[in-house]
Design a protein around this ligand. Sequence first.
Ligand code: C5P
Length: 239
Amino acid sequence: MSNSRLENPIYVALDTQDLSRALELARSVGPHVGGFKIGLEFISAHGPEGIRAIVALGRPVFVDVKFHDIPNTVAGASKALATLGASIFNIHASGGEAMMRAAVDAVSGANSRPKIIGVTVLTSLDNSVLESVGQSTPASEQVVRLARLAKASGLDGVVCSPQEIAMVRAACGPEFLIVTPGIRPAGADLADQRRVLTPPEAVRAGADILVIGRPITGAANPAQAAKAITESLRLEEAL
Ligand code: C5P
């Protein structure tokens, strides 16, 4: 169990191109969650100004940019992103050790250095897709390999699927940040997610941050939905 368990682990995915909708959602769920996650859809629509607008709400923001390029380019992009006030951003661990180290070095002088986490294997890639791109190691083995490499390269943690939390925790130790999407409260609509865990299950397995989108943002009352999930975790802790 890592230290960040003490904080609210829920980050709400603001997956929209509509800035006022994102701000309205963020303001309504803000009091009940630990932070916000914005991804490529939002960033492509609103760029650095959009990131600043979400950061300005005063809560931790995970910017899901998934950088993957040569070390020099990723270093420059990481340095630029670090000036926007994100608390966490991510880069592909498969970019290799030199790329990850370049990113870490690039942000080390930043005022409040963002945490950098590695993307391991996208959950949209199964073993047969990996095989087709010349990657014969099974996905779960590759996730652990990349998580170890991310740690050895100075990254603060990784993003992985709920199924991989326990393996990564065992391989990388208690201080390594584990962020997981694919979270569904019991009885919730799975939508396009397949292998899911409930919020208490994910925390029990060793996750530090749970990225939750539609179960909160698609609810009739997003604030109420966020509050109920947070309460399910508090109940669990009290047991
Ligand atoms: O709506 P939902 O809870 O499924 O949203 C999950 C969020 O996590 C989305 O922003 C999605 O892009 C992201 N994500 C994911 N699976 C991954 C990586 C990221 O669902 N493997």
